[in-house]
Design a protein around this ligand. Structure first.
Ligand SMILES: Cc1cc2nc3c(=O)[nH]c(=O)nc-3n(C[C@H](O)[C@H](O)[C@H](O)COP(=O)(O)O)c2cc1C
Length: 179
């Protein structure tokens, strides 16, 4: 099968990582894949924060877990929203027409580039819970999110420490053709 199609069909969310950094060159290639995603009118109004500092990654996870607990979502203090991955990429964007779709394109490029280079990844929407009223930390400042931009989503990645999970079945009858 074509390698790109194989990667698209074979990708799975990975939720266990080795305690081993990703070489800088590979990380740069993965970010480049994100930067080369399409965006409406080629505005590229997005920003990528690449975090390899374990303390900051743990701090982010702690803030999100705290936010979820405050909403009475089922979370334990020792849960780690990034599954202890060595790299977290936070994507933020200028909220405007199509910004969510633009970011989605970048996310999928990053995930597939990670897979092509042999890394596992997981898209993490739970970072939105870092933003809660009781949090005294300026999250945008901590994550170097530019003025006028808002946090969208995160991706964690690293060397997998698990076999790829089984493929999840796809819903049926959700494609129509007009011939
Ligand atoms: C927008 C978005 C947000 C997600 N947020 C999380 C998350 O916070 N934590 C997590 O473990 N997985 C998260 N996922 C991963 C999904 O749970 C996963 O993609 C889905 O269950 C399908 O499994 P697969 O990726 O292995 O095919 C997210 C995926 C997307 C697209």
């Amino acid at each position: 099968m074509n390698k790109t199609i194989e990667d698209i069909l074979g990708r799975r969310s990975i939720r266990a990582y080795q305690d081993k950094p990703i070489p800088e060159e590979d990380l740069k290639t993965i970010i480049k894949a994100g930067l080369y995603a399409p965006s409406a009118k080629n505005k590229q109004e997005w920003h990528f924060t690449v975090i390899t500092n374990k303390e900051v990654i743990d701090q982010m996870s702690g803030m999100a877990v705290e936010g979820m607990k405050r909403l009475e979502l089922d979370m334990n203090d020792d849960d780690h929203i990034f599954y202890h991955a060595p790299v977290v990429i936070v994507i933020s964007s200028k909220i405007a027409g199509f910004s969510g779709i633009n970011v989605g394109c970048a996310v999928q490029n990053i995930v597939l580039a990670s897979m092509a280079l042999g890394y596992g990844s997981c898209i993490i929407g739970q970072t939105r819970y870092m933003y809660h009223k009781a949090n005294k930390i300026d999250v945008d400042k901590l994550l170097k999110i530019p003025e006028g931009y808002e946090h969208d989503i995160s991706i964690c990645l690293g060397y997998p420490n698990q076999e790829a999970p089984a493929q999840k079945p796809r819903k049926e009858k959700i494609v129509d053709y007009i011939l």
